[in-house]
Design a protein around this ligand. Structure first.
Ligand code: GTP
Length: 826
């Protein structure tokens, strides 16, 4: 016989307290939790001091307390004491699979009192609920006896069995102790008859009224010799009986057709719950209990697996922690497969531990565990998806830029790159799929698609804007300068020419732009919109330029006026000789300026015809009409007394009629001086050219001066003096440009001449004063005095010492001519 391994626990004490700590300890020691369904529970019940503990210790190598032989059952009953109190549990040494045996308190009730059978019933019910095999210890001599000690026990067993809704099929093994010479074959029928009688006498619920005993129990009968009298025989028989407990749960074994077994890992909880229910005197619904145990245990297992996953307790699961960290900073290659494998470790462990529990409960709890685990890893998966999405978007942007730079059409490049990178996303996403999860990742895909579309739209907008800007710049360049030049030379054809120019340049730009946007695959409406915008821009350039020029209209008018007024038809500067018709010239110049004004007053890019020029002309130029209008001013309205032109909307108006009137007034004021100047110049010219005295004076001169004239002719000296005088005057006239000085009138001429003489005279006087202070030579003083006295220039004698003063720029007081070389040159 195997020796005891000492694994035992006082499962329920005499007071009915369940020793869960002891049970857990025992389960741990015998590693019952790992047994799954491969374990068996045996219990023994029977009258007190009937050798139950002795039998178990011999049969299973346990170490239950036995009554001392000297105080044995042969000792008068009154001296015997109860050895086993409550229920003890121990491992059956050497029996495979793991078998635990329960030693129940004896059922005589002497210790608790005759009427106190509550604990007997409770412990019997507990043994029936948890055991696969129940040994019923009985004395051989009790068989067939009406007052047999085991009869109340059997009654109790059958009664409590009815309280189990669906009892496990328990094996009842009747162990007949101290067998006599009567063979077992004779004893067994009698015993079975006794058992049947007891079964029949037990009140049953309606459902089990006709149920045979065999539906609930397998009845086995064994007989053993007396341990005390035939110990060797007893031991041999026990050893033989022990063999029947090996693989007792295998088909054909002692408990081969047991039902409703609780998996070993749930045994502790199940036993506690069963005892709790029994203590509360409630009916024990074993199937429901089994589900309850499964629920609790599966949840415990699932929680344990989840806890290990979170705490990275299992080596394989540590990879999850690494992945969780890695995915925060970037995509992890093979994310889906790796994470699925890690999750599978936890789920497989759960499956392995929960496999023997109720399938429905087990699967439900597995699902819950799976969901919790997936919930835990979902943020990491989301991060991974986010990396994939942003990575794909970046790659798409690069590829798209490259395609556009390579000259691919915009739409074609967008389409090709989109298809390619959406497929790339699907591929990368497949790599990140967690097989246990069935997450809808279409949102991530949709978001990527939206991001790609948004990028395409923004690039498209930028490219179109770039294109539009470049064509606008071209239009600006092509229109601004020419329009300005056309407006500068404003005439009747100006707006027609501008229109032609605008049409031509716009058509060119539109054609170029249409070609450039061909690759964008735009719909007709969008294309038309862009082209219309370009056309409007071109028109805007012209209008802006016209507005800009209209702001300078007064300067332009004055320029035009002075050009026409100061130049003749050959564009040569006019010299006012007196023959010119200043009035006619002024009128022509003003008329041309008015023409310019009439061109600049409105934008005329449409084919409308207006009468602005006529209105302006009649209002501002036609003096006769104006005079008439003035006469009728009381009854006729001024056509320019308005802030808008007839037929011209304000959007096209550059200068309003009132502004025209004001401009014209200013123009006339500012050009009046030029006209006045011209008139003055003309009069001065006339005066200058009219130097001969009137004919009557000449005639009087001839008549009255005839004698003097003749005297002069007769005296050659006088003639010579007159000739020299004439030459001197002529020289002075030419040198001082006296005719030029007096061109602008007598007073300015005199002032100008005096300004030429005055510094020279002052200089000369100053020098003379200096000379007077110094001992001047008599010659120089004489010469100077003579020269002033004679009124002749010291320059006339080039050899005289005073000639040096001429070279120093001194002007002679006689003619005021500057005597410098430079002056002569001039
Ligand atoms: N006649 C006889 N006596 C036995 C036999 N086996 C054990 N005894 C004696 O019976 C007495 C009680 O033995 P236990 O094994 O303690 O009996 P028990 O049923 O466990 O006692 P409780 O636990 O107190 O109910 C002891 O003195 C044993 O020596 C047997 O086969 N025949």
């Amino acid at each position: 016989m195997e020796k005891s391994d000492g694994c035992s626990a006082h499962l329920i004490d005499g007071d009915g307290t369940f020793n869960d700590t002891g049970l857990e300890q025992l389960i741990k020691e015998v590693k019952l939790g790992e047994c799954g369904l491969s374990y068996a529970i045996v219990s023994i019940m029977g009258p007190q001091s009937s050798g139950k503990s002795t039998l178990l210790n011999h049969l299973f190598g346990t170490n239950f307390r036995e009554m001392d032989a000297f105080k044995g059952r042969h000792v008068p009953f009154i001296f015997r004491s109860q050895t086993t109190k409550g229920i003890w549990l121990a491992r059956c040494a050497g029996i495979e699979p793991c078998t635990l045996v329960m030693d129940l308190e004896g059922t005589d009730g002497r210790e608790r009192g005759e009427d106190d059978t509550a604990f007997e019933k409770q412990s019997a019910l507990f043994a029936l609920a948890v055991s696969d095999i129940v040994l019923i210890n009985m004395w051989c001599h009790d068989i067939g006896r009406e007052q047999a000690a085991n009869k109340p026990l059997l009654k109790t067993v059958f009664q409590v069995m009815m309280r189990l809704f669906s009892p496990r099929k328990t094996t009842l093994m009747f162990v007949i102790r101290d067998k006599t010479r009567t063979p077992l074959e004779n004893l067994e029928p009698v015993l079975r008859e006794d058992i049947q009688k007891i079964w029949d006498s037990v009140p049953k619920p309606e459902a089990h009224k006709e149920t045979p005993l065999s539906d609930f129990f397998n009845v086995e009968v064994v007989a053993l010799s007396s341990y005390e009298e035939k110990e060797e025989q007893f031991k041999d028989q026990v050893a033989s009986l022990r063999q029947r407990f090996f693989h007792s749960i295998a088909p054909g074994g002692l408990a081969g057709d047991r039902r409703g077994v609780v998996p070993a890992s749930g045994f502790s909880f199940s036993a506690q719950e069963i005892w709790k229910v029994i203590k509360e005197n409630k009916d024990l619904d074993l199937p429901a209990h089994k589900v309850m145990v499964a629920t609790v245990r599966c949840e415990e297992i699932a929680n344990e697996k989840y806890g290990s996953f979170v705490a990275n307790e299992v080596q394989a699961l540590k990879k999850w922690c690494q992945m969780e960290e890695a995915v925060e900073s970037g995509p992890v290659s093979g994310f889906g497969k790796k994470l699925s494998a890690i999750l599978n470790i936890s789920l497989s462990e759960y499956d392995a531990e929960a496999i023997y529990f109720d399938e429905g409960v087990r699967l439900a709890k597995r699902k819950q565990l799976e969901e919790k685990l997936l919930q835990l890893v979902q943020p990491a998966h989301q991060s991974m998806l986010s990396h994939i999405r942003s990575g794909t978007l970046e790659k798409f942007k690069e590829a798209f830029d490259k395609a556009l730079n390579a000259g691919d059409g915009f739409s074609l490049a967008a389409q090709t790159c989109t298809q390619s990178y959406m497929a790339q996303f699907d591929e990368w996403h497949a790599d990140a799929v967690i097989e246990q999860a069935n997450w809808d990742t279409s949102k991530a895909r949709d978001k990527l698609r939206r991001d790609i579309d948004a990028h395409i739209a923004s690039v498209r907008a930028a490219k179109l804007s770039e294109l539009t800007s470049s064509f606008e710049a071209k239009l600006n360049e092509a229109l601004s300068g020419p329009v300005e030049a056309l407006l500068d030379g404003a005439n009747s054809e100006t707006w027609a020419a501008i229109k032609k120019l605008l049409r031509h340049e716009t058509a060119l730009a539109v054609a170029g732009f249409s070609d450039a946007i061909f690759g964008f695959d735009m719909d007709g409406q969008s294309k038309e919109k862009l082209i219309a915008s370009l056309e409007n821009y071109a028109r805007g350039v012209v209008e802006a330029k016209a507005r800009e020029e209209s702001g300078r209209v007064l300067i332009r008018m004055k320029d035009r006026f002075s050009t026409l007024f100061s130049h003749d038809s050959d564009s040569m500067p006019r010299i006012w000789t007196g023959k010119e018709d200043i009035r006619a010239i002024t009128k022509t110049a003003r008329s041309a300026s008015l023409k310019l004004l009439s061109v600049m007053v409105a934008i005329r890019l449409d084919d409308d015809v207006d009468n602005i020029e006529t209105t302006l002309s009649s209002a501002l130029m036609d003096t006769k009409n104006n005079a008439a209008v003035k006469d009728r001013s009381i009854i006729t309205l001024d056509p320019l007394a308005s802030s808008s032109w007839e037929k011209i909307p304000s959007s096209r108006t550059l200068i309003t009629p009132v502004q025209c009137k004001s401009l014209w007034r200013q123009f006339k004021t500012e050009t009046e001086y030029t006209v006045t100047q011209a008139i003055s110049a003309q009069e001065a010219h006339k005066r200058n050219n009219n130097w001969l005295p009137p004919p009557w004076a000449i005639a009087a001169l001839v008549v009255l001066g005839f004698n003097e004239f003749m005297t002069l002719l007769r005296n050659p000296l006088y003639l010579g003096v007159i000739f020299v005088g004439f030459l001197l005057i002529k020289a002075l006239w030419v040198q001082l440009d006296i005719s030029g000085e007096f061109r602008n009138g007598a007073l300015p001429g005199l002032l100008s001449l005096s300004s030429k003489f005055l510094p020279t005279i002052m200089n000369l006087l100053k020098r003379l004063a200096e000379e007077g202070q110094k001992p001047a030579t008599a010659d120089s003083q004489r010469n100077t005095a003579k020269s002033f006295q004679n009124g002749s220039s010291p320059l006339s004698d080039s050899s005289s010492p005073s000639s040096s003063s001429a070279s120093s720029g001194v002007i002679s007081p006689e003619n005021g001519t500057e005597c410098s070389n430079n002056s002569k040159d001039d």
